[in-house]
Design a protein around this ligand. Sequence first.
Ligand code: CAA
Ligand code: NAI
Length: 246
Amino acid sequence: MRLKEKTAIITGAGNGIGKEAALTFSREGANVVVADFDEAAAGAVVAELKEKGGNAIAVKVNVADQESVNNMVAEAVSAFGTVDILINNAGVTADAMLHKLSPQEWQKVIDVNLTGVFYCTQAVIPKMVEQGKGKIIMTSSVSGIYGNVGQTNYSASKAGVVGMTKSWAKELGGQGINVNAVAPGFVETGMVAKVPEKVIEKLKTTIPVNRLGKPADIANAYLFLASDESDYVNGAVLHVDGGIMM
Ligand code: CAA
Ligand code: NAI
């Protein structure tokens, strides 16, 4: 088991990639904090993990609300004593062409995808510094690296995540805390299900491996970055996108 007795907070773990990561981490021996705005989904994931013999708790959190984030970390520490791994996985889209993008759509995505990552990371750092070890994993996107039509807000947030990853890797690396990002391509989840079919069809022709990603493709990358195998990896952005752009 690669994460035996480690405690991992996974935000957005009620659905999609985060849910798959919760299943993967639990299989590898981690105590999993399934943190999500969608309380019912988080509860269902925890029930599944427990049925399979895992240790997990569900926590309702809005990552864009600092008080809610602090409560999430307090609940994790109260249940498992510590936090070893944080996966900043929760994220949202509100796609629109630039000329139609409203200030509300701009702000919502920035609040969750960028400010939320700041709140969650700041809240777990004291515990990790105290332990002299920790793993922070960020979720960027192909859209944050190369840009994407209709995603002004989202690509800004995901490019910002790369900037934070590198700043924190420099700031925290000396204290035993690794900070790395995964930049997924298009992955089969509820988020991509909202993309118009004509856009997906066009997209598929640009992916060298000839398929969209699966949640497990990303969960496996998270697992590597959460395990001791990646102790010398810091400030990296791991592209898991089938080679969509090079
Ligand atoms: N790549 C290339 N062309 C695109 C495109 C894309 N990603 N998205 C839209 N276009 C094109 C459309 O095909 C269309 O072209 P035509 O006029 O030649 O048909 C043109 O842009 C305008 O698009 P719409 O007619 O759909 O305009 P709209 O105002 O009704 O909708 C939109 C705009 C909301 C941006 C809609 O096109 C859309 O949802 N596009 C998909 C955006 C996208 O790729 N989102 C990714 C979500 S998944 C995700 O974000 C995960 C991740 O990290 C990758
Ligand atoms: P999803 O929509 O399937 O799941 C996202 C989860 O985050 C949901 O359970 C939702 O309730 C939760 N969430 C949303 N806002 C929240 C908030 N304020 N506080 C707490 N939880 C909140 O999305 P998916 O596809 O699993 O995405 C996971 C991450 O991967 C996101 O950061 C996304 O931007 C990123 N990503 C996804 C890609 C894809 O193609 N699906 C590609 C690249 C990156």
